[in-house]
Write a protein that binds this ligand. Structure first.
Ligand SMILES: NC(=O)c1ccc[n+]([C@@H]2O[C@H](COP(=O)([O-])OP(=O)(O)OC[C@H]3O[C@@H](n4cnc5c(N)ncnc54)[C@H](O)[C@@H]3O)[C@@H](O)[C@H]2O)c1
Ligand SMILES: [Zn+2]
Length: 325
């Protein structure tokens, strides 16, 4: 995005009489590393940046997480402004204060909570976003509706076409509503001790699918398959209302979000036990009560343990029905 929007942002900041430098790094998750964190930090030292500096993260979620982690640690923390340029970064990664980098042992394993002073999301930047990235981000918006707001879920379903056509008014509404919903959850539970876990609907299975595919599938597509499988498992366990998985499938279809589930179920269960929500090496799941509302356990917990046979059956059913490979 430096080539697309970097100069314009630099000029805009300079015209406001702010000393501004453009620091870039190569795109892609493969660069969300400790090495890039080190190089960016050293470049800031070379520029003489002090504690009166501010980091502006212009880019997708990779930039937000990496530049955010630089800001979190530089001289024990300097202010951060998130300027997200992907749909996923606008509605998800830039909201909630999580920053960090990947390691060979796993994604996002080193990081810090460092809430931005401001998030500036200009949906016109989405005009240049590749279609796959748009649809992958849209899966997270569907998730927001599924866990928190049935009206929003229905609105996305009804307006999927306009959203995919990038109608400005629709993109604006989509980003505003998703940010409102996510911000409400993280404000109630900033450090993820409880309720914030519901944002992980579809992600226990989704992360296992991504790991299995060596991150070769877009995150949103893996989450889409994860939502279908977790809805099917919730229905089979009598926790999720019947027909929920069908409604999810209908909406994801209209959003042209393919549910990628190229995996042998037997290979996915071990990865789920490694999920951050797992306890005592037992996988846990966020389950819907119905579209628009999550279910809590009898003990009031936000995540559920399910018998592996139920999860396995749901995996097999959805992978078979969706015909996805
Ligand atoms: N911190 C959080 O709470 C949080 C939440 C969700 C995801 N994430 C992280 O976000 C990352 C994924 O973010 P992403 O999906 O935005 O991917 P990304 O940052 O890799 O961006 C995707 C691709 O689109 C390009 N791009 C970005 N904006 C563009 C634009 N406007 N026009 C044209 N091309 C553009 C990028 O250069 C990149 O190649 C992951 O690392 C994930 O862990 C963090
Ligand atoms: Zn996600």
């Amino acid at each position: 995005v430096a080539g697309l929007y970097g100069e314009r942002v630099v000029e805009s900041l300079r015209s406001a009489r702010l000393t501004t430098d453009l620091l870039t790094f190569p795109a892609g998750e493969a660069n969300k590393t400790r090495q890039q964190w080190l190089e960016l930090s050293d470049r800031m030292f070379a520029l003489g940046c002090g504690r009166d500096s501010c980091v502006v993260a212009l880019g997708g979620g990779v930039t937000g997480d990496l530049a955010g982690f630089v800001a979190a640690t530089y001289m024990r923390g300097v202010p951060l402004i998130q300027a997200p340029t992907t749909l996923l970064a606008m509605i998800d990664a830039s909201v909630g204060g999580k920053t960090g980098v990947d390691t060979p042992s796993g994604k996002n394993l080193i990081g810090a909570f460092h809430p931005p002073r401001a998030v500036l999301a200009d949906t016109r930047l989405l005009d240049t976003l590749p279609d796959t990235e748009l649809r992958s981000g849209l899966a997270e918006a569907v998730k927001h509706g599924a866990i928190l707001d049935a009206d929003y879920f229905d609105w996305i379903t009804a307006h999927a076409h306009a959203i995919l056509e990038r109608e400005p008014a629709h993109l604006g509404q989509l980003v505003s509503r998703s940010v409102e919903l996510k911000a409400r959850v993280v404000a109630a539970d900033p450090l993820e001790h409880g309720e914030r876990a519901i944002l992980n609907f579809g992600h226990t299975v989704g992360h296992a699918l991504e790991l299995h595919a060596a991150y070769g599938i877009p995150h949103g597509f893996a989450v889409a398959a994860g939502m279908l499988i977790e809805a099917a498992a919730g229905e089979a366990a009598g926790i999720t209302a019947a027909g929920t998985r069908d409604r999810l499938q209908e909406t994801l279809g209209r959003c042209r979000v393919p549910a990628s589930a190229a995996a042998d179920p037997a290979e996915l269960l071990p990865a789920m036990r490694l999920d951050k929500k797992a306890r005592g090496a037992r996988a846990r799941f966020v389950l819907l009560a119905q579209i628009g509302r999550t279910a809590r356990t009898a003990a009031g917990e936000w995540t559920h343990e399910l018998p592996e046979s139920v999860v396995n059956a749901a995996l097999r059913r959805v992978i078979r029905d969706a015909g996805v490979v």
